[in-house]
Design a protein around this ligand. Structure first.
Ligand code: PLP
Length: 400
């Protein structure tokens, strides 16, 4: 008889996007004359940069010729041309990450989940709340003990370490999904100091790094002294370069990062991660890695930044509306997310229904990302400029 991993029974029903879909469908069926503006989407809408498309086409042509055809990539870590390009990119903002500590993946979501394989079940895993759901779910699936650090209005949705709480693994995400908040250098120094003191490991998700425009905000955890001894960094090209449907990301595991066995012996996290990936992952396709390489060229960064600027212009339009209305929010600077407080003490779902009913704008109720999200609401800057302007006009009229 096949036995279940009973940890799966402890997962919360993934009702957020299902429930949103249901309510949107109901409204659309009953009000076919009132089209909805979707401001809840977490997916990009701008097309790939031409330089990326050209690089992928060229790589496909190479695959069509016997002499240049490529099968499995030997190292399993991803092609050196891409790892070197990423290493150079880190250098461009003053962070030293060598090509040999980077492993290419099919995206940040998989790595955020898969990395848990190499850690024991006795760990206490600290997750900031609200959070991107994969952090919680993957640890529940593995039977790990999960505790939360509150990100809330008082701390600007940037939870900080508590010396009285002992954690072994810590998930941090900056710029944050869903709250759009960013950690400053000083705040990250506190997290790194906490991790070093407790021999804990930070899993740092930088999926939205490309949206940082303020030079004082770290683009990488390795901008912090000591981070290479206590942090893994997981990055994605999804939002940076419109790769949500192409699939490519990378994870950095420094050589000096150690994890401990019951007998106290230290083991290299990089080696364990290599072993895990070597056994369960056969790499990212050659054309995709060539496309990713093109992202990190000077021209590639210029082209992909155009899409980011487009989204950030939307974010600015949204910020200006909330400023005018005097509604509290985080995000919108260095982040494509605006996270705002539901007016008139509504809870997240009440506001969701209220916005659909009155102005036909769809967002994401904050409660779906954790308990501190209740009473808050997420809008994204990934839509079109026209829709963003129209949605903000309606919102302004509604709450003025
Ligand atoms: N991390 C965060 C915080 C995200 O919001 C997302 C996507 O929305 C991801 C990771 C997933 O990235 P990828 O598409 O590379 O799997």
């Amino acid at each position: 008889m096949a036995k279940l991993n009973e940890n799966f029974l402890n997962l919360k029903k993934n009702y957020l996007f299902i429930e949103i879909g249901k309510r949107v469908k109901n409204y659309a069926e009953q009000n076919p004359d009132k089209p909805l503006i979707r401001m809840g989407i977490g997916d990009v809408t701008q097309p790939l940069a031409p330089i990326v498309v050209e690089a992928m086409k060229k790589a496909c042509d190479e695959m069509a010729v016997k002499e240049t055809f490529r099968g499995y990539e030997d190292s399993g870590a991803g092609y050196e041309f891409l790892r070197k390009a990423i290493s150079e990119y880190y250098k461009s903002f003053g962070v030293d990450v060598s090509a040999d500590i980077i492993r290419i993946s099919d995206g940040a979501k998989s790595d955020c989940g898969n990395i848990v394989d190499i850690f024991g079940h006795g760990n206490t895993v600290l997750i900031t709340d609200p959070a991107y759901p994969v952090y919680v779910d993957t640890n529940i699936m593995n039977g790990n003990k999960v505790i939360f650090a509150d990100s809330n209005e008082e701390n600007g949705f940037a939870a900080m370490p508590d010396e009285n709480v002992k954690a072994d693994l810590i998930y941090l995400c900056s710029p944050n999904n869903p709250t759009g908040s960013v950690y400053t250098k000083e705040q990250l120094e506190k997290w790194v100091a906490y991790a070093l003191k407790n021999k804990a490991i930070i899993i740092y998700d930088t999926a939205y790094e490309a949206f940082i425009s303020d030079p004082s905000i770290p683009r990488s955890i390795y901008a912090i002294d000591g981070a290479k001894k206590c942090a893994i960094e997981i990055a994605s090209l999804s939002k940076k370069a419109g790769f949500t449907g192409v699939r490519c990301g990378y994870t950095v595991v420094p050589e000096e990062l150690m994890v401990y066995a019951e007998d106290g012996s230290a083991h290299s996290v990089a080696q364990l991660w290599g072993r895990r990936q070597g056994s369960k992952f056969n790499g990212v396709s050659y054309p995709v890695q060539r496309g990713a390489e093109a992202v990190f060229t000077e021209e590639g960064l210029k082209q992909t930044n155009q899409a980011i600027e487009y989204y950030m212009e939307n974010a600015k339009i949204m910020r200006e509306t909330f400023d005018k209305l005097g509604i509290k929010y985080t995000g919108g600077h260095n982040s494509p997310y605006i996270w705002f407080k539901a007016p008139n003490n509504m809870d997240s779902w009440e506001l969701f229904d209220y916005l659909i009913e009155n102005i036909q704008v769809v967002g994401t109720p904050g409660a779906g990302f954790g308990k501190n999200g209740d009473g808050w609401f997420r809008l994204t800057a990934f839509g079109s400029k026209e829709n963003t302007i129209e949605a903000m006009k309606r919102l302004e009229k509604l709450f003025s």
